[in-house]
Design a protein around this ligand. Structure first.
Ligand code: FE2
Length: 307
């Protein structure tokens, strides 16, 4: 059965490419967390979106820093961009978002997928976050559903729900460019893990197959790169065609059960990301620190001996 959201996204990509109506993309790579933040803009209107920003965090001292986010602010000023959107592909478990810090300086509406409510429920319980933590997505300005249309200046855009890594992962397709978060990585590195709470390898396979049915020439921008062996540079841009032909985990011809077996076995060998505790507690709140205690200070919790 045809997938109407993929059909709409494919037609947007083809039309934008045919008309040369395509966004300009500049990527800022955070080495400590291997995260690629993309600043996308429409050259006709200078409207911009910031996708998956990073606030650096030292877990030993609890100190935050905004050096990379400041570089983005400087770039936006130099290029005279107007930020319309600050987008998150999902609640990241390996870095803290700089979204509220960026919004204060450059504006923009904060968007994420509407399945965030499920993620807030899971992590709200896990961290015993209490009633001051609203689990209704109200920390965000826009909750996208699968197939939601939006615009970036004169460019058409569409949101895709691509769960599996987490229940709320989104891909954003702006003009001919797909920002796919943690689903596929570079063809030589494979795919995102699916073992976090609410994650599921089978669901990830289906989300990836949806993405791989977009046109081959779709430009694809990743959330991370871990530099596969044999490469000496980080990379964050590829195409659907290159992924279909060459992704080491899920190229054309890899069936669901082979993928699920591989993904599950590999996930069992992975340790948790260094910053998972602070990342989840901050990102489930839209990038805000936990509500301060009665001394005015925010604290990050760590559940002890919890399997
Ligand atoms: Fe992630």
């Amino acid at each position: 059965m045809p997938d109407p959201v993929i059909t709409a996204a494919a037609s947007q990509i083809t039309t934008c490419r045919a008309n040369g109506h395509v966004p300009v993309i500049r990527t800022f790579f955070d080495n400590p967390t291997f995260t690629a933040t993309h600043v996308v803009h429409d050259p006709a209107t200078r409207s911009a979106a910031i996708i998956d920003s990073v606030m650096d965090y030292d877990p030993a001292s609890g100190k935050t820093d905004h050096d990379l986010a400041q570089e983005i602010v400087d770039y936006i000023a130099a290029e005279k961009l107007k930020v319309e959107w600050v987008l998150e592909t999902h609640v990241h478990a390996d870095h803290l978002s700089a979204a509220p810090w960026l919004q204060e300086r450059v504006g923009g509406r904060l968007g994420i997928g509407d399945a965030i409510l499920r993620v807030q429920d899971i992590f709200g319980k896990l961290f015993n976050a209490g009633t001051r933590f609203a689990r209704d997505g109200s920390q965000f300005d826009e909750l996208f559903h699968d197939g939601a249309r939006f615009t970036l200046g004169s460019l058409p855009a569409i949101a895709l729900h691509v769960p599996g890594h987490t229940p709320a992962d989104m891909a954003y397709i702006i003009g001919d460019a797909a920002f796919i978060g943690d689903t596929l990585f570079m063809p030589d590195y494979g795919t995102a893990r699916a073992d976090f709470p609410g994650g599921d390898a089978r669901t990830l396979y289906h989300s990836i197959r949806r993405l791989l049915s977009l046109p081959d020439e779709t430009r694809v921008f990743l959330c991370h790169d871990y530099m596969a062996p044999g490469r000496d540079e980080y990379a964050w841009e590829t195409t659907i065609g290159a992924e279909r032909r060459g992704n080491i985990h899920v190229h054309d011809g890899v069936d669901e059960s082979t993928f699920v077996q591989m993904r599950t076995a590999r996930d069992a060998t992975l340790s948790l990301p260094n910053l998972i505790m602070p990342s989840v507690q901050v990102n489930m709140r839209g990038g805000n620190l936990p509500e301060p205690e009665d001394n005015g200070v925010s604290y990050i919790k760590i559940p002890v001996s919890k399997s």
